[in-house]
Ligand binder design. Structure first.
Ligand SMILES: [Ca+2]
Ligand SMILES: [Ca+2]
Length: 185
């Protein structure tokens, strides 16, 4: 079980309107000849626990959900530089009413072919924060908590009583983004 770093979760759960999902990592040229290309993606699910439609899968080839409520900052392919290298911006007040929960995942692109996992990536993390005050709600250190894995379901935002709440999941996988897509389609 991975360590979960929950800080001031209760307060942030109330009235959370705009959230940022920040993914950061740094290159490690000693561990692999190929760059480490981590990707943050989102599945917007309806009442059956499946994607409302394929357009509601936000990833590097579909950088925004149809109603614009989830938008990607773009695909960073090497993690050069400090801070968040990829961000998913979520405007909860704009989410399509058919969407009941949003699952956030992080995967390593072509991890199997490149024989890569999170343990090899330097300073890899994923976090969720409240955009209104930059307060962090939850953060995983991917290289420590999921060292042998190449895909993690980070957490989910879900509707409850007219408000949105965040729940940390922290479930590692090795099936890549394709495996997760199969699960939620
Ligand atoms: Ca990427
Ligand atoms: Ca970086």
């Amino acid at each position: 079980m991975a360590a979960i770093n929950l800080t001031k979760g209760q307060r942030v759960e109330m009235g959370l309107q705009k959230a940022g999902i920040g993914l950061g990592w740094n290159p490690n040229t000693q561990a692999s000849a190929d760059p480490y290309d981590l990707d943050a993606s989102a599945f917007l699910l309806g009442e059956n626990g499946k994607l409302v439609s394929s357009d509601f899968f936000v990833f590097y080839n579909n950088p925004a959900s149809p109603e614009g409520a989830v938008q990607s900052s773009g695909d960073n392919r090497d993690g050069e530089g400090d801070g968040d290298d990829e961000t998913l911006f979520v405007n909860l007040s704009a989410v399509d009413p058919r969407v009941l929960e949003i699952i956030f995942v992080v995967t390593i692109h072509e991890a199997d072919q490149r024989r890569q996992n999170f343990g090899q990536v330097r300073n890899a993390f994923i976090r969720i924060y409240d955009q209104s005050n930059n307060q962090e709600i939850c953060k995983y250190e991917l290289d420590e908590d999921f060292s042998t894995e190449s895909a993690v379901e980070f957490g989910r935002l879900y509707r409850r009583g007219g408000a949105w709440k965040f729940e940390a999941i922290g479930r590692g996988h090795n099936g890549g983004l394709e495996g997760l897509l199969t699960q939620y389609s």
